[in-house]
Design a protein around this ligand. Sequence first.
Ligand code: SF4
Length: 466
Amino acid sequence: MIHNPNREERDSRNVLIKTFGCQMNKLDSELVFGSLIKEGYTLVTDEESADIILFNTCSVRQKAEDKVYSHLGKLRKYKEERPGMVIGVMGCMAQNEGEKILKRMPHVNLICGTRMFSRLPELLDEVNGSKRHILAIDDDATVDFDRSVAQRPNRFHAFVSIMRGCDNYCSYCIVPYVRGREFSRPREDIVNEVKGLADDGCKEVTLLGQNVNSYGKGLGGNGHFSKLLRQLDRIVGIERIRFVTSHPKDMSQDILEAVGELPTVCENLHMPAQSGSDRVLERMRRRYTSTHYRGLIEMAKTLVPDITIAGDFIVGFSGETDEDFLDTENLMRDVRYQNCFIFKYSPRTGTDAEKFVDDVEEETKKRRNHRLLELQEEISTEENSKRIGKSLEVLVEGTSKTDNQKLTGRTRQNHIVVFDFPESGYPVFPRTNGQAGDPSLYIGKLVNVTIEDATDVTLYGSMDSG
Ligand code: SF4
């Protein structure tokens, strides 16, 4: 432990953590929150009352890094007014950019890489004690977190990391360089963590990994991910299990059978195709063909009735022709995704694809991006409209952001639902502890909602009253 002479005299230290990027980053922020609170820090939500501002960052796209640089730039004036303030950058961008951040933004005090999060409390002590810049990036350190202190925003939901890193080295992707080699957590650790979450009132867990289907690769034997799902399904109190992200090259029948058979595993699959063209997939080094991908989707739809599929596509990858793009459009049309994340390709420094010529014009990228978004909107609207008139199980997450007299939640298939709730008499739980019509009574509960309307992103309805 690094000795910090100021530590004992320290008053309450207010920390603000701003999280960018994926769900793994959200989980890391929750774990960091927890470890800081344990050390006597207080979490705040605004810059004015923060003594420490930490950015948990993403490096997947240049745009994400630019956004963080722009936020950091804006903090320069705060730092001038309050020189004692600490500004830190953690996560993928810290790992990727390292010292460059300190050179460009000298008012930043701390850089904490993706494998150094668990040391954050002592790094902050070190910054406070010495007032110097600290660069903590270690490629070989193992990620080690104490889940018991995590501060999850919802009691009823938790992210659970089952693996970290990635060994796939898709040619365009920076993740293996910033997150490191793939490492699976022992199954018993994950099961114990989920049991603890269930005891703490958690109903839904989302298992996280860059490529969950290859979970257990280094543990010997096969079928580790489906075995993990089967074991987690038996934990009393856990009502829903989700997992992201699935890689088509590692998806297998035993996993899809588990999704189809296990009552807690939700009927939703996030399995990015990235392109519908075999030529592009090969240049992306994705290690599957569009025929293989289509076969998996067919298997998923057969083994898991009512499954919804989410996807990711990159448009304008180096060498992508109109014909390649047409293959992507056709794949999207045939799979009928529930929703897709669509990105225009931009090369990332240090990846293999950086050596390819970025030869698709920006205008063409924009046009293809727009076309896919338009097509996806059309498909989502049609698919969501098929839910009208049906009663669907929804896990209530809170009140709607646009109307606090309505509730919002998700179906098992991951549709967002906004709905009215009855003023009184819902039979699932007594209303004696709250006022009639108090929406907070429903948060974290499973209810049934009859769908009355649908857009491409949201279903609307009313809670069934009995
Ligand atoms: S599977 Fe490919 S795209 Fe996904 S994180 Fe690994 S290298 Fe990146």
